[in-house]
Design a protein around this ligand. Structure first.
Ligand SMILES: Nc1ncnc2c1ncn2[C@@H]1O[C@H](COP(=O)(O)OP(=O)(O)OP(=O)(O)O)[C@@H](O)[C@H]1O
Ligand SMILES: [Mg+2]
Length: 356
């Protein structure tokens, strides 16, 4: 073992601090050094990735000097994500420990992870993913006929292109198998909780943008009204929960968004304050891993839950989203140093186990 870890970052982007790094990167590097390991940051640009000689140089250097890498690149900060992922994929093939493997980032982080888990207790059975416009347009009028829905685009974040969709006339629910295109609907976007009255056909035309192009897809899941009690995010380091964020959407109207910009309030709790949820979630990890492609669990990741009520009237939690390609732990700031040390410990454990 070389006892050396590379942290990949992109140059530039709003996630960087004064030193040009993500604020939580150097604390992790320093945590590894404090444990007697070496760690370095390799900063990438589109220009380097496009230039095959420079790209090979980066690849070979990391291959020959590191035991593993930690990917800290926000999607959107590199246009050449495909080339970046190719480098990571080759490093994993060469035996480096990928934290995470690029295909794990896609498998866990894409919105259609939900549909891959639809046959488990984590996600309702009637959760669908649309990869082509024809299927979307024939299926969505049927799913909406049964009840209120949330449509989620795959790209983008912070609630953009995440739409709560309901019928303007609630009496129309369950009145037919498939709604006509001129049905009046109310659409609320999670970005800012604004609502618009639209017609179903016209709104589905508008949603075509989310399906076309690279990684385009729409996930269609039931609207969970208990979102008003909050969304519960578990921050995970590999298989250990670190803290739980309770995110309560703004009050009133159609507000359903737990994103910060939409006015949600955040509270940070200990995992033990959410013992039932945490224990249940940890018991699901083997299943989550196998359904999402059998890649190792990500190093730093989050799972978001919304409360629901089962047929017996008992609380149950529904998984709403997993994030894993760019999760940071910069807030609350007072936790950052402690978490960085925990990440360092996890990295040493993971790499030592894989390289043993
Ligand atoms: N099925 C649902 N029922 C009720 N509310 C939901 C549902 N799914 C999502 N929401 C609400 O919409 C918000 C945005 O959805 P989601 O977290 O899936 O996307 P995102 O926030 O854009 O992604 P990211 O968290 O990666 O930025 C959630 O925070 C939650 O408040
Ligand atoms: Mg979210």
């Amino acid at each position: 073992m070389k006892k050396n870890i590379v942290f990949f970052e992109a140059v530039g982007g709003s996630d960087k601090g004064a030193d040009g790094h993500r604020k939580d990167t150097m604390p992790m590097v320093n945590a590894l050094k404090a444990k007697g390991w070496n760690a370095e940051v390799v900063q990438l640009t589109d220009e380097v990735l496009r230039d095959s000689a420079k790209r090979e140089e980066v690849y070979k250097k990391v291959r020959d000097t590191a035991d593993g890498y930690v990917s800290r690149v926000n999607p959107g900060n590199l246009k050449e994500e495909k080339l970046y992922f190719d480098v990571l994929r080759r490093l994993c093939e060469d035996g480096l420990v990928g934290m995470p493997h690029p295909d794990a980032m896609v498998g866990y982080g894409a919105k259609d992870a939900l549909t891959k888990l639809a046959d488990t207790d984590l996600v309702p059975d009637d959760t669908y993913a649309y990869y082509d416009i024809a299927t979307f347009k024939s299926t969505f009028p049927k799913s909406l006929a049964k009840g209120e829905r949330v449509l989620k685009q795959n790209r983008g974040s912070t609630g953009e292109g995440i739409w709560r969709v309901r019928l303007a006339d609630a009496n129309q629910y369950n009145s037919c198998d498939s709604l006509p295109l001129d049905t009046k609907i109310i659409c609320t976007e999670a970005k800012d909780n604004h609502s618009e009255e639209r017609k179903l056909g016209e709104f589905m035309d508008f949603c075509e943008q989310y399906i076309i192009g690279d990684n385009g897809m729409l996930v269609d899941m039931t609207f969970l009204p208990r979102i008003k009690e909050g969304e519960i995010r578990i921050l995970m380091l590999y298989k250990t929960p670190v803290y739980v964020v309770h995110k309560k959407p703004a009050e009133g109207g159609d507000a359903f968004s737990a994103t910060l910009f939409s006015g949600a309030k955040y509270r940070y709790d200990e995992p033990k304050d959410w013992q039932t949820l945490v224990d249940w979630f940890l018991a699901q990890l083997p299943q989550i891993k196998s359904k999402l492609g059998n890649y190792d669990l990500p190093l730093i990741w989050t799972a978001d839950f919304i409360l629901d009520t089962d047929e017996k009237g008992t609380d149950r939690y529904i998984l709403g989203e997993i994030n894993c390609s760019c999760v940071g732990f910069t807030s609350p700031e007072e936790f950052m140093a402690k978490i960085a040390v925990m990440v360092g410990d996890n990295i040493v454990d993971i790499v030592s186990e894989k390289k043993a």
